[in-house]
Each structure stands twice: as structure tokens, then as C-alpha cells.
Design a protein around this ligand. Structure first.
Ligand code: NDP
Ligand code: HEM
Length: 481
């Protein structure tokens, strides 16, 4: 006998052998009655859940949000009240690569946070950029297809990426940010996070505000040049975060919000719900509200990170959606993805389960673990839970109009190029500009990018800014169309 635990089957029965299958004689065929062998092989075949259709490669950690300022005049959300401390989980990710892809390539980075609040889970599923490539969810799957792999040879294809981008001028702002060195962050610790969309906040009196979230890295922004990014070890970012937290070097972010009075939205100079635009800081200065710090690594990657399920639709009282069409599309998309990827009871897994008590009339289904007690329906006269509409008072606002399929109504200064032009002209340093040009030229010089496409690429950048376009033209050796 050994003092080590005895291997068991998954039913807890002592295992007959860790090495040998049951056979008819040492050299004979194997038997179907070897339940242990069959269980091992069958379970192994089911180890993977489908990878996320986007943001497949990532890593994460647990942290805490601490609110240091009083913003009760803007929201009654309990997690944002001064002095509140809220446990959270983050998952950082790249977008286009598969589960085993390299960490350092040019891509936006996902910045998805789940706050385990006393009113249930609040999920903020953002990126390391404040804007996005498109402004209508109708285009999302097409956009992603253009960034992933071709149908014929299963290769990624820069020609197809530029084809989509140059046919979608609303992509100009995000592509400009992506092509700066912020498209290749040095680590997840050294980048900002943005909620990107505009969200609704409402206070206890029911007053409404529009907000944008900014998580500013306290480690400082650090990026890689394209050459440095090419030379990074495959799993550089997941390792960096894990090791920093392990050695007690806990990364933190200063949490800021931009707040717009509800009534300003109607005639703000930009459409404030358009995900391809920021709110310039001069219009709505960022207000610091607290700090968010990562303190603990997961103990099991699959259970806590691969099975983590973030949903932009998880709002708590005091916070709600805006009419941003992209956000509206995402409200449906994520829980639908989780039901497929993990299963309909994904919210019962420890990492996704809220820390407060759940009193829901949803039950049963595959792998149900939280089982109902009677009464199992509402309304009932047997003391079952009842909803509280008061909690959501303040969330509603009036909307009217004809049912259409149409672009957003334009505001005074709406234009696809004005904000990326401001980035080039007013924000980027000379070195940033040099790298932006060489990153674009490098990307559009891939062998599959055709001569005609290069001309379209030049026009795309000339529309943003003439000098920028001319420099791209010179780098690509074409003159435009
Ligand atoms: P400001 O000069 O007030 O702010 C510019 C902001 O740009 C900075 O605060 C910083 O925000 C961000 N930034 C600084 N360096 C870089 C860089 N190398 N690459 C990308 N972003 C950088 O101007 P505005 O608010 O009027 O914005 C001007 C342009 O700046 C916008 O059109 C947009 O392209 C870009 N920008 C604006 C942001 C906003 O929320 N207003 C956020 C990010 C970029 P941060 O520390 O948040 O990165
Ligand atoms: C992941 C859809 C836009 C950030 C995903 C997933 C889907 C999806 C289906 C995989 C979810 C899973 O399997 O767990 C969409 C759709 C969009 C959209 C339909 C637009 C209509 C955006 C935008 C952002 C964003 C604008 C950021 C501002 C993320 C992040 C993840 C993700 C961070 C990874 C979450 C995680 O770590 O698990 N998206 N997305 N997405 N998306 Fe989006």
C-alpha cells in the first residue's frame, strides 16, 4: 500500500491500473468491458469547448475596484459609491488569432471585466482602444471574416483586410489607432482599457447621464515597434501578467469617466453614440473615480478563464445601455455565444456565478446545479421571489420614430476622418508618425496585396490626412488612383 491517494474513475471507484488496458492475455485484443479505459478516451475527446469565435487567445486575473470619489450625483450603482470595494475578474485577449496564436501581433486587445457586485454581475467588455472599426452590428461578422482566414487556402490575407477597410471608411479611426504602436502593446499591464461605448447612468432621483469609461494604466503606456513585436516569445503577454502577479507586482489602473448630461446628446457636435468616435477630452474632461488593481492569479486556466463568460448585457441598477447600435447588437450576441460555447447553465459555473444570491425562475437543462425550490413560477401566492421595478426607475427614456434601415443621423462635425486626422495632427509625436507610416507600409506590402489595392490604401490614408497619405504612397511606391 502507498500513502498517496488512489486513482479513481470519475465515479470515484478505485482505478485498476494507470498504465495497462484490460486485454485477453498480455498480447491479446482489448475488451469493451474496460470501462476505465473507455471513460479516459471518451472524456479526453471532449476536453475542449469551442474556442471563442473572436478573442480566442487570452489570459486573466482577479482584482478589486475601489471607488475614491463621490459620483452619487450621476449613478446609484452600488459598485460606484464612494468607499465601495468590488471583487472582479478580467480577461485580456487578442482578437483575430486562434486559441494557440502568438500574443504580440498587431491587433486590438480585449479588456473584459466582470464585477461581482452585491446587485449581481456587472460586465464591462471593452478593448484597449476607445473606438471600433464599424458602427452597425450588421457588418460585424463580415468584418471579422475579413480579418480571419480565407475560404480557399485557410490563410490570413492582408488584401482582404484592406479591401474591407477601404470599402468601410468608418474604420479609419480605429485602423489609425491600430497601425500606431498601440496596436502592439508591450504587455497587458501597459495598456489602457476603454468601455468604448457610451452607457447610461442614472442616479437615485432618476436623473440621467451618458458616460464613457477609461481605465488608465498606472504602469504607463508601453508599446513595441513592429520589429520588436515580431521577435517576442509566443505567449509573452499571458506569462508577463501571471509572473507579475505571482511576484506581488500588482498592476493597477486609474478609473475615469467622461459624463455628458442626458440632454446634451441631441445636438452634441458628434453623434455621441457612434462607436467610431471619442468624446474629445476638452468637451467632457475625464473625472477620476477610483482605482482597479489586479491581485490574484487564477488557479485553473480552463475553469476560470476559458469558461469565463462576459456579457455586455449584464447591467446593475444605476447603469443601462445607450442606443449605440453596436452595443445593442452585443446585448444579444454574447449570451447567445455562451449558451453555444459553454452551455445554457454557464452562469452556474463558479467563475460566472454572481456572489449574491440568485432567485431566478429559470432552471433545469444540461448540467443544472442550482436547482429550484417551489414555487417554480411567477406570479404565485406561495412566497416566491418578486421583482422590484423601483430598482430600475430612471432607466427609461422616450424614443419615437419610423422603422428604417439607415445610417445614424449626422451631427454637426460627424465625418469619418476628422478624429483620426486630429490624432495624426495634434496627438502623435514625430516618432509615432514615422512608426504609423512604416507599420501601414509594412502591412500593405504583404505579397498578396495587389497594385490596385495599394492605390486604394493610399487614398484611404490621404482622406485621413494628405501628408500621411503621401508618405504611405512613397513607402508603397504607388501614386494613388
Ligand atoms: P486630447 O489632446 O485631449 O487627448 C488626446 C488623447 O489621446 C490623450 O489624452 C491620450 O488619451 C490619447 N493619446 C495620447 N497619445 C496617443 C497615441 N500615441 N496614440 C493614441 N492615443 C494617444 O485630445 P482629444 O480628446 O480631442 O482627442 C484627440 C484625438 O486623440 C482623438 O481624435 C483620438 O484619436 C485620440 N484619443 C482620444 C481619446 C479621448 O477619449 N478623447 C482617447 C484616446 C485617443 P489616453 O490616455 O486615454 O490614451
Ligand atoms: C468576444 C461578438 C464588438 C470586445 C466576443 C465574442 C463574440 C463577440 C460572439 C465571443 C464571446 C465568447 O464566446 O465568450 C461581438 C459582436 C460585436 C462585437 C457581435 C459587434 C456588434 C465588440 C466591441 C468590443 C468587443 C465593440 C470592445 C469595445 C470583445 C471582447 C471579447 C469579445 C473583449 C472577449 C471577451 C472575453 O474575454 O471572454 N465578441 N463583438 N467586441 N468581444 Fe466582441
Amino acid at each position: 500500500m502507498t500513502d498517496r491517494p488512489i486513482t479513481t474513475t470519475d465515479a470515484g471507484i478505485p482505478a485498476p491500473s494507470d498504465e495497462h488496458s484490460q486485454s485477453v492475455g498480455p498480447n491479446g485484443p482489448l475488451l469493451l468491458q474496460d470501462h476505465y479505459l473507455i471513460q479516459k478516451m471518451a472524456h479526453f475527446n471532449r476536453e475542449r469547448v469551442p474556442e471563442r469565435v473572436v478573442h480566442a487567445k487570452g489570459g486573466g486575473a482577479y482584482g478589486v475596484l475601489e471607488i475614491t470619489e463621490d459620483v452619487s450625483q450621476f449613478t446609484k450603482a452600488k459598485l460606484f459609491q464612494k468607499g465601495a470595494r468590488t471583487e472582479s475578474l478580467v480577461r485580456f485577449s487578442s482578437v483575430a488569432g486562434e486559441l494557440g496564436s502568438a500574443d504580440a501581433g498587431r491587433d486590438p486587445r480585449g479588456f473584459a471585466i466582470k464585477f461581482y457586485t452585491e446587485d449581481g454581475n456587472y460586465d464591462l467588455v471593452g478593448n484597449n482602444t476607445p473606438v471600433f472599426f464599424i458602427r452597425d452590428p450588421q457588418k460585424f461578422s463580415d468584418f471579422i471574416h475579413s480579418q480571419k482566414r480565407r475560404a480557399d487556402n485557410h490563410l490570413r490575407d492582408n488584401n482582404m483586410q484592406w479591401d474591407f477597410w477601404t470599402l468601410s471608411p468608418e474604420s479609419a479611426h480605429q485602423v489609425t489607432l491600430l497601425m500606431t504602436d498601440r496596436g502592439t502593446p508591450a504587455s497587458w499591464r501597459h495598456m489602457n482599457g476603454y468601455g468604448s461605448h457610451t452607457f447610461l447612468w442614472y442616479n437615485a432621483a432618476g436623473d440621467k447621464f451618458w458616460v464613457k469609461y477609461h481605465f488608465k494604466t498606472d504602469q504607463g503606456i508601453k508599446n513595441l515597434t513592429a520589429d520588436e513585436a515580431d521577435r517576442q516569445p509566443h505567449d509573452v503577454h499571458i506569462k508577463d501578467l501571471y509572473e507579475a502577479i505571482k511576484r506581488g507586482d500588482h498592476p493597477s489602473w486609474t478609473v475615469q469617466v467622461q459624463v455628458m448630461p442626458f440632454e446634451d446628446a441631441a445636438d452634441y457636435r458628434f453623434n455621441p453614440f457612434d462607436l467610431t468616435k471619442v468624446w474629445p477630452h476638452a468637451d467632457y474632461p475625464p473625472i477620476t473615480i477610483g482605482r482597479w488593481t489586479l491581485t490574484r492569479n487564477p488557479e485553473n486556466y480552463f475553469a476560470e478563464i476559458e469558461q469565463a463568460a462576459f456579457e455586455p448585457a449584464n447591467f446593475v441598477p444605476g447603469i443601462g445601455p445607450s442606443p449605440d447600435k453596436m452595443l445593442q447588437g452585443r446585448l444579444f450576441s454574447y449570451p447567445d455565444a455562451h449558451r453555444y460555447r459553454i452551455g445554457p447553465n454557464y452562469l452556474q459555473l463558479p467563475v460566472n456565478r454572481p456572489k449574491n444570491e440568485v432567485h431566478s425562475y429559470n432552471f433545469d437543462g444540461p448540467m443544472a446545479y442550482r436547482n429550484p425550490t417551489d414555487p417554480v413560477y411567477a406570479p404565485n401566492s406561495f412566497g416566491g421571489p418578486v421583482a422590484d421595478p423601483e430598482l430600475w426607475k430612471g432607466e427609461s427614456y422616450e424614443v419615437a420614430g419610423e422603422i428604417v434601415r439607415s445610417a445614424y443621423t449626422l451631427h454637426r462635425e460627424d465625418d469619418d476622418y476628422v478624429q483620426p486626422r486630429a490624432l495624426w495632427e495634434k496627438v502623435l509625436s514625430d516618432v509615432d508618425r514615422d512608426h504609423l507610416v512604416s507599420n501601414v507600409v509594412g502591412h500593405a506590402s504583404a505579397p498578396e496585396v495587389t497594385g490596385d489595392m495599394k492605390k486604394r490604401v493610399v487614398e484611404y490614408w490621404r482622406n485621413i490626412q494628405k501628408d500621411l497619405g503621401d508618405r504611405v504612397a512613397a513607402g508603397l511606391g504607388v501614386n494613388g488612383s
